[in-house]
Design a protein around this ligand. Structure first.
Ligand code: HEC
Ligand code: HEC
Ligand code: HEC
Ligand code: HEC
Length: 159
């Protein structure tokens, strides 16, 4: 981990153990034996909000792509949303969400079909999506014209 980033982060004054209870008494931390950090120990209201959100529910279901706190905020380099360098600052939110939601049409199509879990793994090629959309519009336009034509024909016939 980067000590400098950590000391400049909002958590710079915390000890390692305040987040990693299991580092107690250890000198050289190894990735594999660390328990997941529970941000909710200190940020209960954000934790509860996140748990109730669609993201939190997706995590509970075991969705590999759903965001943990650190996917949006970072780990040892967390900054306040008021800091323009933070990934959560308002101007950067489109990039933050776009990391996972850039292919928004694909996400929505798969959500409707209930097969979201794999949406980043096997997206439909853009050309297929465009073809389907254009075809849809043509079909809609033709259908609509026919209806209008029938209504006109009926008005004309009954005059
Ligand atoms: C604000 C809470 C927080 C503090 C304080 C903190 N960490 Fe972490 N640390 C995390 C999070 C979050 C992760 C990522 C995965 C997880 O949830 O365990 C992590 C992961 C790690 C990892 C695994 C490798 C990695 O980067 O994913 C190591 C090693 C580690 N921390 C060491 C430390 C050391 C050493 C300190 C003290 C200088 C420290 N941490 C302080 C939150 C913290
Ligand atoms: C041991 C308690 C503790 C843990 C665990 C912890 N935090 Fe914090 N966090 C704090 C404290 C203390 C502050 C500073 C509060 C302040 O400055 O108002 C803070 C500040 C923050 C801020 C900035 C708040 C603001 O208003 O500027 C964010 C964002 C944040 N934490 C996210 C996280 C995330 C994400 C995790 C889990 C990876 C986490 N925290 C884990 C204690 C903790
Ligand atoms: C999908 C991305 C995302 C996830 C996941 C997420 N957050 Fe946030 N969080 C944000 C954004 C963006 C803001 C700033 C805008 C706002 O306040 O709504 C924020 C604001 C905060 C703040 C207010 C402090 C600040 O920087 O102004 C805290 C504390 C916080 N989050 C903690 C957490 C914790 C704890 C979790 C996990 C339980 C979590 N967040 C999960 C995106 C996320
Ligand atoms: C790490 C990846 C990741 C990030 C970052 C992320 N999301 Fe998501 N988001 C997901 C996943 C996965 C789901 C699907 C949850 C489900 O199973 O319904 C989701 C679902 C949603 C939904 C529910 C509607 C839908 O289409 O399923 C909304 C709204 C949403 N995210 C908004 C946001 C916003 C706003 C941000 C940025 C602050 C953000 N997301 C950041 C992964 C992410």
């Amino acid at each position: 981990m980067d000590e400098k980033k950590f000391s400049n982060s909002v958590h710079g004054s915390l000890t390692c153990i305040s987040c990693h209870f299991d580092l107690e008494g250890k000198e050289f931390p190894h990735d594999e034996d660390l328990q997941p950090v529970n941000c909710g120990n200190c940020h209960a209201s954000e934790y509860n909000e996140h748990e109730k959100s669609l993201h939190g529910k997706a995590l509970l279901k075991g969705d590999q792509l759903a965001p943990h706190c650190y996917d949006c905020h970072g780990k040892h380099d967390i900054l306040s949303a008021k800091d323009p360098n933070s990934p959560t600052t308002p101007l950067k939110i489109p990039f933050l969400c776009g990391k996972c939601h850039a292919e928004i049409e694909i996400v929505h199509r798969k959500v409707i079909k209930g097969e979201l879990e794999n949406y980043l793994v096997e997206p439909y090629p853009q050309i297929v999506i465009r073809a389907i959309r254009i075809f849809g519009w043509i079909a809609l336009t033709i259908g609509f014209s026919i209806i209008i034509w029938i209504v006109y024909a009926m008005i004309f016939a009954y005059r």
